[in-house]
Design a binder for this molecule. Sequence first.
Ligand SMILES: [Zn+2]
Length: 229
Amino acid sequence: MNPVHSPDPLDGVDPAVLRLLRDELVEVSRRGYERGLVVGVSGNNSVRIPGTDVVLIKTTGCCQGEMDTADTVLVTLDGDVLEDAKTPSKEWRWHAGIYRVRSDVGAVVHLHPPHAVAFAVANRVPMIVHTAARGHLRRIEMADLLPAGSQDLADQLTDMFADGELRVALMREHGSVSVGPDLRTAYYRTEYLEDNARVALLAAQLGAMSPDDHIRLAEDSAPLAEAEG
Ligand SMILES: [Zn+2]
């Protein structure tokens, strides 16, 4: 972390907007925990303060299920922490990297959704097996296993998300990353990722379709349902 510099990187930001974003970050984080998409003190979500190079992210070591607005911290994309006595999640580095290369991204959600992570443990990208996931996610990428908080992980995820079409990725043996123009959209993409992985496993138990069939369907753009839901 670097010392706070001037001028004020939040210059011109309405305090009411900041309060709303803190509330929304808490609400979305609690929802992910309550739905079993993350456990313990893992995971970290962030939201960009509109018109700035500042993001609001979870503080380190706090449980998303018990999160309060006091557990959110403002940090610049350079790593300057703007609030005394708070430490951002150690994963701030790759959140910042994604915001740098994606001006369209307003929020980043990182959770450990268990069915999707099962695929990441097996080092397999889940097949996209239903129309909702096909429409909302389009495709899924896989990041290598690299140390949490490391520059190497930040570089890899930043490079991966420099592709302006990418919405979700799995982190091998770890979790998921989803991005969106706002927090809710980014969060819902993680729900679709997890739901798709769970349904893929259930369908495989039924022997409903072969993996090749799923791959063929995933390449068919006809059933894209962008406006659905
Ligand atoms: Zn994680």
